[in-house]
Design a protein around this ligand. Structure first.
Ligand code: AHM
Ligand code: MG
Length: 329
């Protein structure tokens, strides 16, 4: 089986990018170890702090964030990092070539119940000639990502990675190495599986209510298929399922906080997951446009997400074209 680093080098990946990805995996291995210890290490539960999003931070959110920040900023290739758990970007080497954004522990409401969580990351380059140490450096559309991925901490720890040449998966072995276990992942274009938090039904746009209503109608409804539903409340686990067997995952706009485009964050959730999904032949949209085409305005910007099997996402977008939107622009 092939090691992550040698696989990337054999496929002509930029050597500095390989070095950065290997640095990221040093941090993710440490997070995996901490998670495995769980209650034994006293790391369950919450802190007294809230993050910039107003969410209470879990102890493991903070621990994972500190591990990633410390390991990444120690690598001179890194100019700066931006995280869900940091109000502002943190800068490292002024001459560093790369910017990394990450959600250190996505789905962290699952930690205390011992269900899958993950680290999501996105890698950008410092634009040539741009002034250093500025948050503006990060505000690049998802199409500019040079690599993106996640590590899912489930029964096994799995890295899903794209450097713009398809999606490959690597599993963490007991030796501490990530070994290639799936090459050139492709998402089936059709599906009978959807994932949405149904408890928000009354807050959705009419188009989303119509679409989900038609899925629930099954083979007697206009979609003429019986659908199955899943909701893990961990985007990494949901995207991993979509990459593995297809499906549609959506966290749409809803009226609970009408000024926000959605719950999930563009720079370290929406964009990296979109790059993975599109590199695997799927679609990733806001229900109206491609997520990776969005021009970001701020680092913690939110985004509506609908991603997965191409034909299903296209069908959902058609419902949104056919039904007047209630979102105030
Ligand atoms: P987090 O980054 O604070 O963990 O929030 C993101 C998570 C996603 O992983 C998941 O899809 C969603 O929040 C679940 O939200 P909800 O609890 O509203 O179902
Ligand atoms: Mg998250």
């Amino acid at each position: 089986m092939q090691l992550l680093g040698s696989y990337l080098k054999h496929h002509d990946t930029d050597t500095e990018l390989v070095e950065l990805i290997e640095t990221l995996m040093v941090a993710c291995k440490e997070i995996a170890l901490q998670l495995r210890e769980g209650a034994l290490a006293g790391i369950h539960g919450t802190t007294d702090n809230t993050n910039v999003q107003g969410e209470t931070q879990k102890k493991l959110d903070v621990i994972s964030n500190d591990i990633l920040k410390e390991v990444l900023l120690d690598n001179p290739l890194v100019h700066g990092v931006a995280s869900e758990e940091e109000d502002d970007p943190v800068f490292g080497n002024p001459e560093g070539r790369f910017l990394v954004t990450f959600d250190p522990l996505d789905g962290s409401s699952n930690i205390d119940i011992n269900v899958s969580v993950g680290t999501i990351f996105s890698i950008l380059e410092v634009p040539e000639g741009a002034p250093r140490n500025s948050v503006d450096l990060f505000l690049q559309p998802g199409r500019k990502q040079v690599a993106a991925g996640y590590v899912l901490y489930g029964p096994s720890a799995v890295l899903a990675l794209t450097t713009g040449r398809g999606v490959n998966m690597f599993t963490l072995a007991h030796t501490g190495d990530f070994l290639l276990t799936r090459e050139q992942v492709q998402i089936p274009h059709t599906t009978k599986e959807f994932a949405i938090n149904m408890s928000n039904h009354r807050h959705w746009e009419p188009a989303m209510r119509n679409y989900i209503g038609d899925l629930l109608a099954g083979s007697e409804g206009p979609r003429a298929k019986n659908y199955n539903m899943r909701w893990i409340a961990s985007m990494v686990a949901e995207v991993h399922r979509v990459l593995t067997r297809g499906g549609i995952f959506t966290y749409p706009w809803d009226s609970r906080d009408p000024q926000k485009p959605g719950k999930l964050r563009l720079m370290y959730e929406g964009n990296p997951m979109s790059m993975l999904i599109e590199q695997a032949g799927g679609l990733s949209t806001t229900c109206y446009e491609h997520i990776m085409d969005i021009d970001p305005q701020e680092i913690h910007q939110r985004v509506a997400v609908a991603l997965g099997s191409r034909e299903e996402v296209e069908a959902l977008m058609q419902y949104h074209r056919d039904t007047p939107s209630v979102i105030q622009q």
